[in-house]
Design a protein around this ligand. Sequence first.
Ligand code: ADP
Ligand code: MG
Length: 477
Amino acid sequence: MEFEVVIGLEIHVQLATRSKMFSGASTVFGAGPNTQACLVDLGFPGTLPVANREAVAMAARFGLATGGRVAERSIFARKNYFYPDLPKGYQISQYELPVVSGGAVEVAAPEQPPRTIELTRAHLEEDAGKSLHDALPNATGVDLNRAGAPLLEIVTEPQLRSPEEAGACMRSIHQLVTWIGISDGAMQEGSMRCDANISLKKPDAPKLGVRTEIKNLNSFRFVERALRCEIRRQGEVLRENGEVIQETRLYDSRLDATRPMRDKEEANDYRYFPDPDLPPLTLDSGFLDELRRTLPELPQARRKRFERDYGLSAEDARRLCESRATADYFEAAGRACGDMALAARWVTGDLAAALNRDALDIDASRVGAGELGVLLARMREGALSGKLGKEVFQAMWSGEGGADDIIASRGLKQISDAGALEGIVDDVLARHSEQLRQYREGNARVFGFFVGQVMRATRGQANPAIVNELLRKRLEK
Ligand code: ADP
Ligand code: MG
């Protein structure tokens, strides 16, 4: 590799509060334009912002979950710039004293061992509005519903080494913020957006190279694709002994290329200063203790526990901890049937496939964890074969009722009674004298044919282990 890739992300997460960062206006997504912007969001003279306690608690929760330092005292600052979607002429953010400093997340790019990526900081700020370029003929509209929405900006150290690792970092933060309940993580609604900073350097270069910043990437895939483009572009510049210019760029997914953004203000042109309308944000130890006490078991710890206590493979534990809802579902189903390994197999297998087919989240599963548990219990007791289990599951999925109802109404109970099966075995052998002769002449494969015939005669309900045993006994004679 000719150049080393260095990436740092600035990830904006919309916090899942009902009201905005500094006003009581609603944050519900999808309302008609400008129906959810109040006088505070619009910056009318005489109005005053008040920090949202829930948003502050969420930021602190993130700090605790990542092992960062949560500041007892932090400062809201004004970041001044003009833009049509920013009627106040400034955004309230945090600058010198953010609410969270430090901390780390575990990141695993595909096929790579997990690595710890350090976080620089996480600070609270308000979102801007949105310019609508396609809503009106020959004009741009401005929708201020999003103005003032609460954001947590999470900044990583420049420690990511590839586009895939940057994508994995964003996924890992997405998993964490939804897990601890501070964001709904709805990517398609813009609840998580990322600015990606990237530079290249020769392996022996003592300092980092000059970076560019790709703005406003709103999906995992776009982060990876935009960074790949930018690696190519910077590589070409450097190979021709040119200089990379520090600038902000935009990614055009249609052209799969980045281009410079019309030059905005330099960082020091924002004229940050403490917002005189807001007192310092102070968090007392009682408030933090309560947050610490109510923090759920985190993904990494839960994965480890699944491996240790249930003997699951690292891969199964990882899949079952993709979301907290999945982990909860798995544990409930496992407890209900008393077999964690069987539950793991079904949650990552048939259930995952059914959810995927119907594009449903596990919260909206058509078969609840307890109901799946009953089905798995019947299979464990030997009342249902694996094949019939799948059939019952599909019937449960299409709303035919619980496992026991379906087993009864379809008459699916597995036949394990040797007396009942003996007659069927004898009948099958009597009707296939030609195959019986082949078997006696040494064609052992015909055995499978006999098993198949018995299964067919019982519509798949015979217990295969008992059928095998009976056939073996008969054929030995
Ligand atoms: P600014 O204050 O201009 O926003 P920061 O120092 O806060 O710059 O860094 C912003 C982001 O850019 C961070 O995620 C950081 O890790 C990343 N970054 C900084 N320098 C580089 C570099 N040379 N190459 C790649 N990423 C970088
Ligand atoms: Mg920055």
